[in-house]
Design a protein around this ligand. Structure first.
Ligand SMILES: Nc1ncnc2c1ncn2[C@@H]1O[C@H](COP(=O)(O)OP(=O)(O)O)[C@@H](O)[C@H]1O
Ligand SMILES: [Mg+2]
Length: 544
């Protein structure tokens, strides 16, 4: 049994146990490993387990939650105040004033910090946060603290404590020494680390407000810090460790780390960092993807939501860590297939945007230089590059095989032709690579039934995209051609089984119509566009 199993059964057993001493004896087999791991007392281990469970369930637990769990009066829980304080001192749990509309105001609740949750999953809890491998590890950890401070309202004070505790625990690392010995202010050091982290993830500029979001709890303080970054008074800017972007296409509120800043933070390691963050050709950054409202059929929507939930950064890290602990490869492959224009490619883009991942598109046409015998090398290169990219500090990008019909279609048995030989060789390489794959791979194809069986089996998730149902068609048309009266939308959608892509084209024609004629097209003209789109009618004389 691993630690989380012990926690789970301890929580189960202790439920409604009324904390009777005879019953507690039966918990010991589960308490012991937890207590040893956390280096605390039995009672503390029990409380920790319950708080850990509640943290995952609902974010935190207050005294009445715990009393409810054990089925004892709240007063009884006061006996454990000392133990709770000890757990806080050991930095295994934290307390917060309850927030949110449903909490009793002023009551104190307890939760387990993400760093500790990670530590438990990775079974690497040393001290309270785990020993870090190198400077990059420390940057990732500090970044996680900062995310926690801004997302979960952990607060700046906790963040500073965490930073210091982590640096002390890892004082063999150069960067830890640097942070402790720096004459910069804590929050400036944190901003520098934040920007360095982003650079490692391929984002070379970060907005001022993003870089300050760890100060969310104290709006006034945050405002001052932001101002110092805008008016150049910040030491970070004065010393040339960061710079604000300028240039036609850049937002002047964006911050970049300078070479000097990298060197300040990482010394000789700085070079490694720039190497790791080598700009990737073609990489599509999530921040550059425009949001598009997609309306999907019930099935597709549900499946895409499941997939998105899995690829959320926190969730993914947790699951990947668990898989690795169980000696499994954390590889996830998704196939989106169906008619053209049903939103497959757009779904991948929105998936990337919503989970903050970049996309590495594989240009099949490039890899298909069949006649030069280069394609096998190229396809191997694709996977090698992906491995190289994520072997460092980055979150997994999405490796995207878009419109990969040729690649994933039935393999040919006609081995005479040079082309089919090459194609078969490429397919074999990809099949092989998918076996050992770690990360996220998404393929889209317009094929609906000619998929090669071998590939079919390799994909963990397969989502079929159909022509949208009537109701969904109405929603898409309403979004894309908003000036049409509802009756016209109802009529057109009932009559024509259009895909989202086709409706996007029709919307474009409407725009051009307006530009040419100075007025929006009438419903009957849109009707014509629909027929053209479906090939039911010759193109209009204007020929678009
Ligand atoms: N379900 C949908 N909801 C809203 N818009 C859609 C939908 N499906 C397609 N579109 C529109 O059509 C465009 C092309 O779709 P795309 O994702 O390229 O289709 P596919 O990859 O399935 O061929 C999208 O950018 C989007 O504007
Ligand atoms: Mg597509």
């Amino acid at each position: 049994m691993n630690l989380t199993d012990h926690i789970e059964s301890l929580v189960k057993k202790s439920e409604n146990s009324k904390l009777l001493s005879g019953v507690i004896q039966s918990f010991i087999p589960n308490i012991r490993p937890i207590k040893d791991f956390l280096n605390c007392t039995q009672n503390q281990a029990l409380l920790f387990a319950v708080i850990f469970y509640h943290t995952l369930q609902s974010g935190s637990a207050d005294l009445s939650d715990m009393a409810g769990h054990f089925e004892v009066p709240v007063m009884r829980m006061l006996k454990y105040k000392d133990d709770l304080n000890q757990l806080i001192k050991k930095r295994l749990i934290r307390q917060e004033q309850s927030r949110g509309p449903f909490s009793k105001s002023g009551s104190i609740s307890y939760y387990v910090h993400q760093g500790v949750v990670d530590g438990i999953l990775k079974k690497r809890l040393v001290g309270n946060m785990g020993v870090l491998k190198d400077d990059f590890d420390l940057i990732i950890r500090v970044y996680a603290f900062m995310e926690d401070a801004s997302d979960n309202g952990g607060g700046y004070e906790n963040l500073k404590d965490d930073l210091l505790a982590t640096c002390k625990e890892n004082n063999n690392l150069d960067i830890a020494k640097k942070i402790m010995g720096s004459d910069m202010r804590d929050y400036e050091m944190l901003i520098l680390i934040f920007i360095a982290y982003k650079l490692l993830n391929g984002e070379d500029d970060v907005s001022i407000s993003e870089a300050c979001s760890f100060l969310d709890n104290d709006k006034h303080f945050q405002l001052n810090v932001r101002r110092s970054l805008m008016n150049g008074r910040s030491q970070l800017l004065k010393r040339g460790l960061i710079e604000t972007s300028n240039g036609v296409f850049r937002n002047e509120n964006d911050l970049n780390i300078t070479d000097k800043g990298l060197e300040y933070l990482l010394g000789d390691e700085a070079e490694k960092l720039t190497l790791k963050s080598e700009k990737v050709k073609n990489e599509i950054l999530p921040g550059k993807i425009l949001p598009v409202a997609l309306f999907l059929n019930h099935n597709e929507k549900q499946q895409m939501q499941t997939i998105q939930g899995l690829f959320e950064k926190e969730k993914f890290r947790e699951i990947a860590a668990r898989m690795k602990a169980g000696n499994m490869k954390a590889g996830f492959s998704v196939l989106l297939y169906g008619k053209p224009g049903t939103g497959k490619t757009e779904s991948v883009y929105q998936l990337a945007r919503n989970t903050g991942r970049s996309i590495l598109p594989v240009e099949i046409s490039q890899t298909k230089s069949m006649w030069f015998g280069e394609s096998e090398k190229l396809i191997k290169g694709v996977f090698e590059r992906y491995r190289r990219l994520q072997s460092g500090i980055r979150d997994y990008p999405i490796l995207l095989f878009n419109e990969a019909d040729g690649i994933f279609g039935k393999r040919t048995t006609n081995m005479d032709s040079n082309v089919s030989q090459t194609l078969n060789a490429m397919q074999n390489i990809i099949l092989q690579e998918m076996e050992d794959f770690e990360g996220i791979m998404v393929a889209t194809t317009n094929l609906t039934d000619n998929l090669d069986k071998a590939f079919d089996r390799r994909f963990l998730y397969k989502v079929k995209f159909d022509i949208p149902d009537l109701d969904i068609r109405r929603q898409i048309m309403q979004a894309k051609i908003p000036f049409l009266p509802p009756e016209a939308i109802g009529k057109l959608c009932g009559q024509f089984k259009l895909t989202g892509g086709q409706m996007a084209n029709i919307a474009r024609k409407c725009n051009i119509h307006e530009l040419l004629n100075g007025s929006l097209p009438e419903s009957h003209e849109v009707d014509t566009f629909c027929r053209e789109e479906l090939g039911l009618q010759e193109k209009s004389k204007l020929g678009f």
